[in-house]
Design a protein around this ligand. Sequence first.
Ligand code: AMP
Length: 307
Amino acid sequence: MSLTVVGSMAFDALETPFGKTDKIVGGAATYISLSASYFVEPVNVVSVVGGDFDQDHIKLMHQRNISTEGVQVKENEKSFFWSGRYFNDMNSRETLVTELNVLGDFDPIIPESYQGCEYLMLGNLAPQVQRTVIERLNVRPKLVVMDTMNFWMDIALDALKETIALVDVLSINDEEARQLSGEYSLVKAAKVIMAMGPKFLIIKKGEHGALLFNEDKVFFAPALPLEEVFDPTGAGDTFAGGFIGYIASTNDTSFENMKRAVIYGSALASFCVEKFGTERLKNLIQEEIDARVQQFVNLVKFTTIEQ
Ligand code: AMP
């Protein structure tokens, strides 16, 4: 099944308690496409970069069968730049700089070869642009998953709500779910947000796992307790890429299959945080992924005394 991903491709400068990076490659579409590439091929990316973007990274994407035909290159402009700093617990961070640059007036182009895709992942980006991508597809995909962040809730709430109304699955973190719904309880927040349109809601809770809601049902996936979390940047996007990649590879959008997809997403995210940036996602092997998924199974498997 084919998957199209839209989102930022970026330079990030990160500060964690373990160190600092200069500009390294990041961006929502970068993490999502790398992660999804372990499940489906090709992964079709829609994005925009400046003339300064890293060509080696584009080569890596091609090696992983990620199509960049829908990635516009604005030779005389600068790529999107984001800088963030993590606090000691690594669960929360502050944005230091957001320079939209080429993303400021991004007009997404959908190549003919992407038309007819069954799965669409709207990575973090201006909600108006996410919506334009849905509108420019000739056929509505079987499943549309959307990720967003507080930045857009602060500056474009109305447009954000319009886009949310058009998607099947929304993926946000706990703080954002509270901000979007005005409810502290995540169960109440989920009800309010699902009433905005999406049938499914994923609430990510960093090292405390993720919740998947649908109607009155809820599923909980833990995050793997890791000895070392080096850099959480991109974990949410990597999760989303694994989630939709797994669903696309199985072509099954049932709640039962989404539970498995949440675990695959969590497994991929657990690799992402082990090194800075995209480093750990560049060359995973299938055996490592399978072994990690098994660790999740073992983590939560138990029997009651009667069994
Ligand atoms: P995550 O850690 O999964 O929330 O995603 C981190 C990535 O999101 C970084 O690589 C950033 O480049 C990207 N990012 C941060 N802010 C924005 C924004 N306002 N729009 C699009 N992408 C962003």
